[in-house]
Ligand binder design. Structure first.
Ligand code: NAD
Length: 257
């Protein structure tokens, strides 16, 4: 499989799953656009490292996915967007009655509305070029709920709905729209939840991972960044051309139970 000649835009890709997806695309020969809301030397160095390792064009474009206009401009500034991966995401854990309103608004903006804006900006170019892939990184929490994550779960269920609606709008085009639903992957978004969970449960790190975090996952193993990235890459292959408007779980069996 080759993605040579394609340009992939991956939102929220200076870390974790997004960075892994960008690396997987570059390994398949695609030019990549990395993104986050920061604009540091490290961000640009990530892109330069991918370019030199894989011999592709890799750029870092700063854009804040909590702002609709910036999300749309990211796609415009990319110049070309054959593959769009909506990956940027944040989390906040709180009972609904105490959930800070600004956290709710920002999570909905970053985790859901940014995908609406980038997709709206990217679809016309995909239709015009005669090929396109949109892959939304939803979550097992786009299909199942847990307490204290109201905004994240509402946003991820919304992403699954957005995926289905846009896939139907593109059903007669060579443009597919799907969602990947990871279970737990040990990235910064999960690392940040560990100290609170250790305090709440009075457990050490390894015990919290085994008895609290991975309790959701029947395999009792984290999914890896590479497993999620390769699933995204598969959805960009010719074999996946008729996979449309659906979700693929990479969750160790979480949503089977
Ligand atoms: P991560 O924290 O490493 O990555 C999140 C990325 O989003 C980072 O690159 C961050 O800079 C970026 N980001 C945050 N706010 C942004 C903003 N306003 N504008 C632009 N970029 C922004 O965590 P991750 O696990 O790699 O998360 C990636 C995606 O995978 C998220 O959508 C997350 O919800 C989803 N996911 C993760 C897991 C998991 O267990 N790690 C499970 C299911 C789904």
């Amino acid at each position: 499989m080759s993605l040579s000649g394609r340009t992939a835009v991956v939102t929220g890709s200076n870390s974790g799953i997004g960075l892994g997806v960008a690396r997987a695309f570059a390994a398949l020969g695609a030019d990549v656009v990395l993104n986050s809301f920061t604009d540091s030397d490290e961000d640009h160095a990530l892109a330069a490292g991918i370019a030199s390792e894989h011999g592709v064009t890799a750029r870092y474009i700063q854009a804040d996915m909590s702002k609709g206009g910036e999300a749309r401009r990211l796609v415009e500034r990319a110049g070309r967007c054959d593959i769009l991966v909506n990956n940027a995401g944040i989390q906040h854990v709180s009972p609904v009655e105490d959930f800070p309103v600004d956290r709710w608004d920002t999570i909905i903006a970053v985790n859901l509305s940014s995908a609406f804006h980038t997709t709206a900006a990217a679809i016309p170019g995909m239709r015009a070029s005669g090929w396109g892939r949109v892959v939304n990184i939803a979550s097992a929490h786009g299909l199942r709920a847990s307490p204290y994550k109201a905004a994240y779960i509402a946003a991820k269920h919304g992403v699954v709905g957005l995926t289905k609606a846009v896939a139907l709008e593109c059903a007669r085009d060579p443009v597919t729209v799907n969602a990947v639903c990871p279970g737990y992957v040990l990235t910064p978004i999960v690392e940040k939840q560990l100290p609170d969970q250790m305090k709440t449960h009075g457990m050490e790190r390894e015990e919290v991972i085994e008895k609290v975090i991975l309790a959701k996952q029947p395999s009792r193993e984290f999914a890896t960044i590479e497993q999620v990235a390769d699933t995204v890459a598969f959805l960009c292959s010719d074999a996946a051309a008729q996979i449309r408007g659906t979700t693929i779980s990479v969750d160790g069996g979480w949503t089977a139970s």
